[in-house]
Design a protein around this ligand. Sequence first.
Ligand code: GH3
Ligand code: MG
Ligand code: MG
Ligand code: MG
Length: 296
Amino acid sequence: MAKVLIADDDAVSRRLLEGTLKAWGYEVITAANGQEAMEILSLPERPSLAIIDWVMPGMYGTEVCRRVRDNNSPGYVYIILLTARGGREDIVKGLESGADDYMIKPFYPEELKYRLKIGERIIKLEQDILKLARTDYLTGVLNRRAFMERLAEEIARMKREGKPLGIIIADIDFFKRVNDRYGHQAGDMVLKDFARSLKKACREYDLVGRYGGEEFIICLPGCDRENTFKTAERMRKVVELTPSYIEDIKKDIFITASFGVTSLEPGEEKRVDDLIKEADEALYKAKRTGRNRVVK
Ligand code: GH3
Ligand code: MG
Ligand code: MG
Ligand code: MG
């Protein structure tokens, strides 16, 4: 269930609302003034729904709305302004400040319940869109842009923690032949199974991305070059042993792939581009020296 921020300077209203929302199953976090509300809405794990009182000491609810809209932190916050101010002009001002919705006190609980559901639908839409924007439509792994974003985060995290990070680039051998012999649809099926095999051979928190057509990239946080090599070798074997069944021709297609491996060891200064270049060079060496192999 979604997390909701309740900001109200009146302790009785705050507690009442908190009790109501908890009874509806929401996780609730409360603030007694605008400053506190702003602090909570600046957290990385900030709530995506907020019910905010207009008149509060220090910072008004309308100012909270304005500030939330001004800063471009990721994740939308759906704000319901809840206030005793019920004039038309007030409603206009409230919505103008950036609130998504407006409710007048005393409020009717059932109405609030369904207005919160509107907010939940909006938040769900945003999450669905973000997921689509990050995912490769064919194989379900991260697309290139999302992978590169996550890679930068992981590199920073591993540097902070003084740990290594492994990179693998994997490319299907003679994939053109699969398309030429069995058609593009069969090729797509092989690509899906290839991505699945790569995921199967690594850990849940390793990142798998589609780098280009039939080229995939994997990031292994905490893995040094030797362990990354071992993982790539495991991937190579899983790929070799896992055929794709093509329904149309009632046939299993076997493929192999080549892998280039590199790593960022603690204390090393390499840029993302350097890492990818190294893995790419290792991959091409694997291709040149006979394919179906891992080179580090
Ligand atoms: P090598 O062993 O040297 O890697 O040979 P290859 O044939 O795999 O390499 P090449 O890069 O020449 O060919 C890649 C092929 O991948 C060409 C392209 O048609 C195919 N391809 C790229 N994206 C897709 C896709 O989404 N679906 C299908 N079916 N084929 C794709
Ligand atoms: Mg108030
Ligand atoms: Mg290839
Ligand atoms: Mg290729």
